[in-house]
Design a protein around this ligand. Sequence first.
Ligand SMILES: C[S@@+](CC[C@H](N)C(=O)[O-])C[C@H]1O[C@@H](n2cnc3c(N)ncnc32)[C@H](O)[C@@H]1O
Length: 262
Amino acid sequence: MVIRYLGSKAFLSRCLDGLLPASTETLVSPFFGSGKAEYHLLRTRPSLRVEARDLFRTLVRLHQCLQTGELQEALRSSQGRAYSKAELRELWAEFKSAADQEPSCADAARLLVLLHNSFNGQLGKVQPHAPMGERFFHRLDAATAAGQRLTIRAGDGLEQLRHYAREDQTPDQTPPPETVAYVDPPYYGHGDFRRYYHKTPDDVRAFHAELAAVLARLRIPWILSLNDVPEVRALYVDHDCLVRSVGPRELLFLGPSRFWSS
Ligand SMILES: C[S@@+](CC[C@H](N)C(=O)[O-])C[C@H]1O[C@@H](n2cnc3c(N)ncnc32)[C@H](O)[C@@H]1O
């Protein structure tokens, strides 16, 4: 997908493709964001379905309006053009003032413009870019086609994961291979990014402790991607999972381990 988004994991797309068994039918994605990796998988695996959540309501609306093609309509009529810094500041002010309302496709299109004209996908850090252009719209259309197998709702990803957790799991139970969770939550720490990231937990330590507890009880295989800091390694040291470094600053946790080693 073409959304510039802070924390987007485009670089993990190929890696995930290699990890996910061909038999995977449903990918559960509780922290969807721009969904870069998921759209890639939807394009390359014609029968895969993705069940997604994100707390960022306007971003969720963006994906929903992309599914119907209304997003492209809203962009083509006025917003795919080049913007000045002053105009972008105005758009950002409008975006913030509409934050409490139920977002429309016009709001979603404005968000896409803001992200497109941002520094490094950091919401609110405006930096004029080239207009969207035909290639951009082709990529949106490809995402519309692939997105027909995406179900996305605004909501708490931890809640979604809890649905796949259970109390009675015993070590010898083999998790069903058809459903896999790809968990890409906000990074641990990263205080500097809080103002650009629309949704970050207030208490990052409590959030990650709860996430680790839910993952320990998950009855489906999961892949967690997080930043490589001692606090994160400490949270997962007792988990039944494999740990892989992906680049210098990123870790993948693959659980439960027997699923990934077989
Ligand atoms: C690291 S980003 C995901 C990036 C995504 N993989 C991509 O490629 O763009 C984390 C996402 O989690 C969302 N988020 C934060 N807390 C959440 C929660 N409790 N439930 C659901 N989504 C949440 C944020 O809005 C953000 O989009």
